[in-house]
Design a protein around this ligand. Structure first.
Ligand SMILES: [Zn+2]
Length: 224
C-alpha cells in the first residue's frame, strides 16, 4: 500500500479572487486557464487555486504548490497546512499563488500532499499578446469623451527594497503628468534609485493599455 491512500487531491481551478463564504464554502470570481502577457519577465501575477481534497487524515496535512515550465525544474510557490474539520468528507482549500513568468508557453502547477505520492498537475498557459496600440480615431474618441478614462495610474513597489513608484499610462501622450508621477520608460526597465534593482514594467504597462483600449472599444461600439 502506498502512503497516498490518505488524502486525495480531486480537482483544482484557478481564479482571480477567492474568499471564504458562509458555512465554509468558497466564493470565487474570474475563473481562468491562461494568463495574457505583454512582456517577460511578467509582473508578479497573483491568483488563487481552489483545490478540493478528500480523505484528510486526522491532524494536520500539508499541501504544497509548485510550478514548472513544461517538464522543467519545479519552483515552489507556497504551502498550506490544513486540518480536517468535524465530519468533513472533503475540503476546499483556497491557496493564494504568485509568480513572475519568465517566458510564454505551457506551465504546470503541481500540488502535492507532503509525505505522500499524491499529486495533482494543472496546466496553465501564458500567452503573449500584441502591444495594444491605439488608432487616431480611438484617440480622438477619448478626447471628445472625457468621461471615459484615458489614463490609469499604478503604484509599483521595487521588489527588492519596496520603494514605491507611481506610474501613469496615458493614451493621449500630449498630456502632462502630475508631479511625482512617472511615464513608463520606453525600454520597459527602470533602475531603482535606492537599491539599483531593475524593475521590469512592460508587462504592467501592457495590461493597463489593454484595459484602456478595451474600454474605448466598448464605448465606441455602444455608440456613445
Ligand atoms: Zn529598490
Amino acid at each position: 500500500m502506498s502512503k497516498s491512500a490518505g488524502a486525495k487531491l480531486t480537482s483544482a481551478i484557478f481564479c482571480n479572487s477567492a474568499s471564504k463564504g458562509e458555512s465554509g464554502k468558497v466564493n470565487c470570481k474570474g475563473v481562468f486557464t491562461s494568463f495574457l502577457a505583454w512582456s517577460y519577465p511578467t509582473s508578479v501575477r497573483i491568483w488563487y487555486a481552489l483545490l478540493t481534497v478528500y480523505g484528510l487524515p486526522a491532524g494536520t496535512t500539508t499541501i504544497t504548490a509548485s510550478i514548472s515550465r513544461g517538464k522543467g525544474r519545479k519552483t515552489t510557490l507556497t504551502s498550506a497546512d490544513i486540518q480536517r474539520g468535524k465530519g468533513d468528507l472533503g475540503s476546499v482549500i483556497n491557496m493564494p499563488l504568485g509568480y513572475k513568468f519568465p517566458s510564454e508557453g505551457f506551465y504546470s502547477v503541481h500540488f502535492n500532499v507532503v509525505g505522500t505520492t499524491e499529486t495533482l498537475r494543472v496546466p496553465l498557459l501564458v500567452a503573449t499578446q500584441p502591444w495594444p496600440r491605439t488608432t487616431k480615431r480611438q484617440r480622438e474618441f477619448f478626447k471628445s469623451h472625457p468621461a471615459i478614462p484615458h489614463s490609469i495610474r499604478m503604484n509599483v513597489l521595487c521588489s527588492n527594497c519596496s520603494r514605491p513608484f507611481m506610474f501613469e499610462e496615458n493614451i493621449l501622450p500630449e498630456e502632462e503628468l502630475a508631479e511625482g508621477v512617472l511615464p513608463f520608460p520606453e525600454s520597459g526597465e527602470l533602475e531603482c534609485g535606492t537599491c539599483s534593482h531593475a524593475l521590469h514594467l512592460k508587462d504592467i504597462q501592457g495590461q493597463l493599455r489593454s484595459s484602456l483600449k478595451t474600454a474605448v472599444l466598448a464605448a465606441m461600439r455602444g455608440g456613445k
